[in-house]
Design a protein around this ligand. Structure first.
Ligand SMILES: [Zn+2]
Ligand SMILES: [Zn+2]
Length: 269
């Protein structure tokens, strides 16, 4: 079984503390075949949400190269990025990307509630009733619909992200069932563009997106799917990868995807 973790945060992420070397060392110790570093690259600073149009690419590349030097013979390392809130300013995001070294892989993510909900980080979603939660998910999917029109990335990150925080922090068991029509609209846009989705093993918690969404994507012809843990610490790297591969198989996928220089490569499940 080929094991590739395509969503991992290192120390160039505001919430990442570990160096690429530390992460790679752990990946080797658990027998991972491939690791793609996807630090948060955002159009704003986390503190105060002030606009941002730069990124420490030199540091990111130097950290990455050091890890390749030490572990490159035992682990395939790839340099990617998780683009956060590109839809807040495509201009700023494109400037940041124009200054980047050659990247292997880009995730496009929405992390914030929509304008009409006050653009708070979904991580901070409060205890509320399900009507409110469904409305927040609606707004989140509206932002995603804009993001995929821009579409300058390889896969959509953690497509059902609000559920991570609603269910894990507020002990709910909500599903995406009422939002399937929005997922369908997104798939109708991304599949012809060659954009995929990720199966996010969510640091060992409930896999995102859920089975019904994965099945819908596959039934609509979606084939491009990466596997990522969203690890911010070494111990989460590669978590639930075997289970996720089994889940994808049961949803009708035959392959999962990795990238080199933005070109997809397919691995049998
Ligand atoms: Zn994310
Ligand atoms: Zn992430």
């Amino acid at each position: 079984m080929y094991l590739a973790d395509y969503h991992v945060h290192a120390s160039c992420s505001p919430d990442g503390k570990f160096t690429v070397e530390q992460l790679a060392e752990h990946a080797v110790s658990i027998g991972l075949d491939e690791l793609c570093i996807t630090d948060h690259v955002d159009t704003y600073y986390w503190k105060g949400f002030t606009p941002r149009d730069d990124f420490p690419w030199e540091k990111a590349k130097a950290d990455f190269d050091r890890a390749v030097e030490r572990f490159g013979d035992r682990l395939k390392l790839r340099l990617g990025a998780e683009l956060g809130e590109a839809y807040w300013s495509y201009e700023r995001m494109e400037k940041i990307l124009s200054e980047a070294p050659p990247l292997d892989f880009l995730i496009g993510s929405v992390h914030m509630a929509s304008r009409r909900h006050g653009q708070f980080d979904l991580y901070f979603i409060e205890e509320a009733d399900e009507t409110f939660y469904h409305d927040v998910i609606d707004g989140y999917m509206e932002e995603m619909a804009g993001l995929v029109q821009w579409g300058k990335f390889d896969v959509i990150g953690h497509m059902t992200l609000p559920l991570r925080y609603i269910n894990e922090k507020h002990n709910r068991t909500m599903t995406f069932e009422k939002h399937m029509h929005q997922a369908e609209d997104i798939f109708r846009v991304i599949i012809p563009k060659g954009i995929g989705i990720e199966c996010n093993t969510n640091r060992g918690n409930a896999i995102l997106p859920e089975e019904a969404v994965l099945k819908l994507y596959r039934e609509m012809g979606g084939e491009i799917i990466t596997l990522g843990s969203d690890a911010h610490v070494p111990e989460h790297i590669g978590c639930q990868m075997a289970e996720a591969q089994e889940l994808l198989r049961s949803c009708g996928f035959r392959y999962f995807t990795t990238y080199t220089q933005r070109k997809p490569e397919f691995h049998p499940l």
